[in-house]
Design a protein around this ligand. Structure first.
Ligand SMILES: *[C@@H]1O[C@H](CO)[C@@H](O)[C@H](O)[C@H]1NC(C)=O
Length: 541
């Protein structure tokens, strides 16, 4: 009942093109955010050979002796992992930045890292220094780490309830688009040539520039303005612009209630719902199962090796027996299939549900790794046509990833956790994600070299474990209220079910009942929920 009333009040103020500002905000934030992440992951692939040559040449110039292959590989690995290391730093920086400067300003300030990195990478050849590439990649990584964490918060807080799923999912679409565009720009016909590689690496300044030129004219997150800044007028103005008309009364009320709630919490201090540090999050027994689930999901998203395929696409296709001169075009196909899948998934998510997409995605990936391994084995026995089968498997693997895990993983923390814990949960999952990227990035070349035909077996294990674990721990979150989701988790946390239900009396249940396809974030912003949770916490102790 709640949702229909909501839709009405929103609907009455919705004129044609009223979500234009919201759409522009999403594009502007994402172009310097997840797009940038995808773009930077894929542009490093094309100039591998040139940069390796450059490392050796500069070393030769400086010290008069050349390097041998393992040493060059070591420096190259440093360049590749510097990005993930930077990302980890960025993920840790993002929480404090988002609270201190606000969502929009943090994203804008964040571009400083990017631009310094661009200057370094454009001047590294003149200064004959490969160290500058390492530093530049680290700075670009910080940029990606910060925006990857702030962007979902900004989106979740700016979108109206009925669009929240789609808006959150656009992050995955932009990642895939970045990967795809990076692969296109990296073609030998464009910037993927020996003289052009510094410009290829520096081309990531353009999306940043677009963001710096567009985002200042778009509204800040209304929720941040009201709750963190206490600026009611600014909040109303931002909300009016985002909704393209009058600020919806119900939404405004919800926010005001939450503001009051936050003030109460601040007065009482040390409350269960004001999480500020990862430590307090880990200590809370009521959140243990939720935390385990999102931590598993975000590590699995990277450990399944999908993003490393972009780092090492050429290796994999060589291993699969694709002719060297065709590889760059095949690689573009990988980007294109993730893009297609993520767009498709955007349509599916509200129908099929998060749990099915996630568990189904990993199960499909298990299947494809098995076929891939069989194809590689048969290929080494000389069975014809196998390179094409294994290539098809890589595509199918990426498609399955794009359909489920790619998009669902990012929105889980927003759906499972309340406003108070969200920044810190993103900090934890973001760090895990980047740590996994470092791990896989460093292990991948060795996996390929030492396991040969069985190089996808470690990923098979990851996908299998993820499918089973998430299948067991993750309740379906689609169309359910946060209170219901938490009730499911509480059973797993070993809390008594009756106690939970006693707390959740009928009027509140009604109040939280949403139609399908709505996001639960609204629930988290309701003071009743916080109240309920706190009383639960106290009764359990
Ligand atoms: C590095 O350069 C030297 C001198 O040009 C060359 O002998 C050596 O093979 C190169 N090392 C690699 C790994 O290409």
């Amino acid at each position: 009942m709640n949702s229909s009333a909501d839709n009405e009040s929103e609907g009455s103020s919705r004129g044609p093109g009223s979500t234009r500002i919201l759409a522009l905000t999403v594009c502007s934030a994402a172009i310097g955010g997840t797009f940038q992440y995808g773009y930077n992951i894929s542009i490093i692939n094309a100039p591998t050979v040139y940069i390796r040559g450059f490392i050796n040449d500069t070393y030769m110039d400086r010290w008069g002796i050349g390097l041998d292959t393992p040493q060059v590989t070591l420096v190259w690995t440093l360049i590749v992992s510097a990005f993930s290391l930077g990302g980890l730093l960025g993920a840790l920086l993002a929480g404090p930045m988002a609270v201190h400067f606000g969502r929009k300003n943090s994203l804008l300030i964040n571009n400083v890292f990017l631009f310094v990195g661009t200057v370094l990478v454009l001047t590294c050849r003149v200064s004959r220094s490969f160290e500058m590439i390492i530093l530049a990649r680290c700075l670009v990584g910080i940029n990606a780490g910060v925006s990857m964490n702030i962007q979902p918060m900004y989106f979740g807080e700016s979108a109206p309830k009925h669009l929240r799923g789609a808006v959150a999912f656009s992050s995955a679409v932009f990642t895939a688009f970045g990967i795809f565009l990076g692969q296109v720009v990296g073609l030998t016909e464009l910037l993927g040539t020996e003289p052009m590689w510094p410009y290829l690496l520096g081309s990531n300044a353009l999306p940043g520039l677009i963001q710096v030129l567009s985002l200042p004219w778009l509204p800040e997150s209304p929720r941040y303005l009201l709750i963190d800044r206490g600026d009611r007028e600014a909040c109303v103005r931002a909300l009016q612009r985002l909704r393209g008309g009058e600020a919806p009364v119900l939404e405004m009320e919800e926010m005001l209630q939450e503001q009051q709630q936050q003030q109460l919490i601040a007065l009482k201090s040390e409350s269960a719902s004001s999480f500020k540090t990862p430590w307090s999050l880990f200590k809370d027994r009521n959140l243990r199962s939720q935390l385990k689930t999102v931590m598993a999901a975000s590590s699995a998203m990277i450990l399944c090796g999908n993003d490393s395929i972009y780092f090492y696409a050429s290796y994999i296709f060589l291993e699969a027996g694709i002719p060297a001169e065709k590889i760059q075009y095949v690689a573009i196909g990988t980007g294109a299939s993730e893009l297609t899948a993520s767009i498709l998934s955007n349509v599916l998510i509200e129908r099929v549900g998060r749990r099915y997409l996630l568990v189904g995605g990993y199960s499909l990936m298990v299947f494809w790794t098995i076929v891939f391994t069989l194809a590689l084995t048969l290929q080494s026995h000389g069975v014809a046509g196998m390179p094409y089968l294994s290539m098809a498997c890589v595509f199918a693997y990426i498609l399955s990833f794009g359909l489920g895990p790619a998009g669902v993983t990012g929105i889980l923390p927003a759906e499972i956790f309340d406003q108070g814990s969200r920044p810190v949960v993103y900090m934890v999952t973001g760090s895990l994600m980047w740590l996994s990227l470092i791990l896989v990035g460093m292990l991948f070349p060795f996996i390929i070299n030492s396991l040969g035909n069985f190089c996808f077996l470690p990923f098979l294990v990851v996908c299998l474990v993820s499918a089973v674990f998430l299948g067991l721990t993750l309740p379906e979150t689609k169309g359910k209220t946060l209170a219901e989701i938490n009730a499911e988790f509480d059973r797993k946390n070993g809390m008594k079910k009756e106690r939970m239900e006693k707390q959740m009396d009928e009027p509140i249940k009604d109040h939280y009942q949403l139609g399908t396809g709505c996001s639960f974030s609204t629930m988290t912003q309701n003071p009743d929920y916080d109240h309920m949770k706190r009383s639960m916490t106290s009764s359990s102790e």
